[in-house]
Design a protein around this ligand. Structure first.
Ligand SMILES: Cc1ncc(COP(=O)(O)O)c(C=O)c1O
Length: 398
């Protein structure tokens, strides 16, 4: 069977591959510590689950409007104004999707054409370049450095812009780095975008998981700049609802309308029950989010203590999300006890899995070859145990 050329251009999700590998080892009875996870290990709060149950019992099991129910859009509208993400917003400027992922993907399809170039900053979330490729456009990667909190240098951005540049995807707090970009960096990027007529897609999936300082939504910073921004947010990480598949985007009406057209022809509408659950998540008190964040902060600090005790590691304390992205390139070109040379981040991640029985994700998957991603979405005891095992396995490389 001859498949489309698109399929051969798209990379499979490496993070999902590592999750599958860990599951396989567990099914063989091997105890594995999972630092590969990309989701909170908390249960969805019970009031959200109850709202979903009630929705089913009361017959909310039918298609909703393609771009999301009016009721949920009203809750999002109230939430965005109350949380000072926007001063005011119309319902027609909002689309609800099956997760932030769908909003991001259809945004790229709505905005970009074949010859267009889209700026993405590495380390990047694995799906960004694939969204752009699925749209037929070309990802242009700009590297950032751990010594600069993974924030881009403006001269690199200016240099990467051509007449073909149509979009820029930003993600703060970021996956895989957890970096929260400064207000100044945001301002400068938005000014460049405005000057060059570039649409900015701001992925704010982790906006409620910021530990240090204040998070500024792109649209807030944009108030006096006026760049064209599409903001994408998610229920997944904020309310431990990854499996419910619900997220949303807001921005200029013409973009939202175009996205709704694509969504309507691909998934009809987001899940009706999840939409009812999402209303409960937004309308109720937010104490769950605060307590989850407190717990993540404790875990971040535990992972920081452990990692700081490893020799020849370079770390940057993540200001948000639940990932450490650590430079372990010192261990490349070293040899394991079987004589195998560790050549790159894939080799190192596999070595750590085989020797330490700890799942990590290779930096190459995120476009950054010197790094390994470690998630701290697991309890402190496991964090301590996992880091000790990694430390021991690294010390055995010669
Ligand atoms: C940066 C980033 N954006 C978007 C998503 C997808 O979120 P959702 O579950 O809402 O599709 C993820 C999930 O890992 C992510 O890390």
């Amino acid at each position: 069977m001859k498949l489309s050329s698109l399929v051969s251009q798209i990379n499979p999700s490496y993070t999902l591959e590592m999750t599958a590998k860990a599951a396989k080892l567990r099914s063989e009875g091997i105890e594995v510590i999972d630092f590969g996870v990309g989701e909170p290990d908390f249960n969805t709060p019970s009031h959200i689950i109850e709202a979903a149950y009630k929705a089913m019992v009361n017959g909310h099991t039918k298609y909703t409007a393609g771009s999301g129910s009016i009721e949920l859009k009203k809750s999002i509208q109230t939430f965005l104004v109350k949380s000072k993400n926007v001063k005011s917003i119309e319902l027609d400027n909002i689309i609800v999707s099956s997760g932030a992922k769908q909003s991001l993907s259809i945004a790229c399809q709505a905005l970009f054409d074949k010859e267009d170039e889209v700026i993405i900053f590495s380390p990047f979330w694995v799906s960004f370049p694939e969204f752009v490729k699925i749209a037929g456009a070309k990802p242009v990667i700009i590297s950032t450095d751990i010594d600069n909190n993974f924030e881009p240098l403006l001269q690199d951005v200016e240099k990467a812009i051509s007449i073909k540049t149509k979009g820029m995807i930003i993600n703060s707090p970021g996956n895989p780095t957890g970096a929260v970009w400064s207000k100044e960096t945001f301002e400068a990027l938005l000014e460049i975008a405005k000057k060059n007529n570039i649409t900015v897609i701001s992925d704010e999936t982790y906006d409620q998981l910021v530990f240090d300082g204040e998070f500024f939504p792109a649209e807030v910073i944009n108030k006096n700049i006026g760049a064209n921004i599409l903001t994408v947010k998610s229920f997944s990480k904020t309310y431990a609802m990854t499996g419910w598949r619900v997220g949303f985007a807001y921005g200029e009406m013409s973009i939202i309308k175009a996205m709704a057209k694509i969504q309507g022809q691909t998934t009809s509408c987001p899940n009706s029950i999840s939409q009812k659950a999402a209303i409960a998540a937004l309308d109720s008190d937010q104490s769950f989010v605060e307590s989850m964040k407190k717990e993540f902060l404790k875990r971040r600090n535990a992972m920081n203590r452990g990692l700081s005790s490893i020799e020849h590691i370079k770390i940057c304390v993540p200001g948000g999300a639940f990932y450490y992205f650590v430079d372990l390139s010192h261990y490349y070109n070293k040899t394991d006890k079987n004589g195998k040379i560790i050549k790159d981040s894939f080799d190192l991640s596999n070595y750590i899995l085989d020797e330490a029985r700890v799942v990590t994700v290779a930096g190459d998957a995120f476009g950054a070859k010197n790094y390994i991603r470690l998630s701290f979405a697991t309890n402190e005891d496991i964090i301590n145990k996992g880091i000790n095992r990694i430390k021991k396995s690294l010390s055995e490389l010669k």
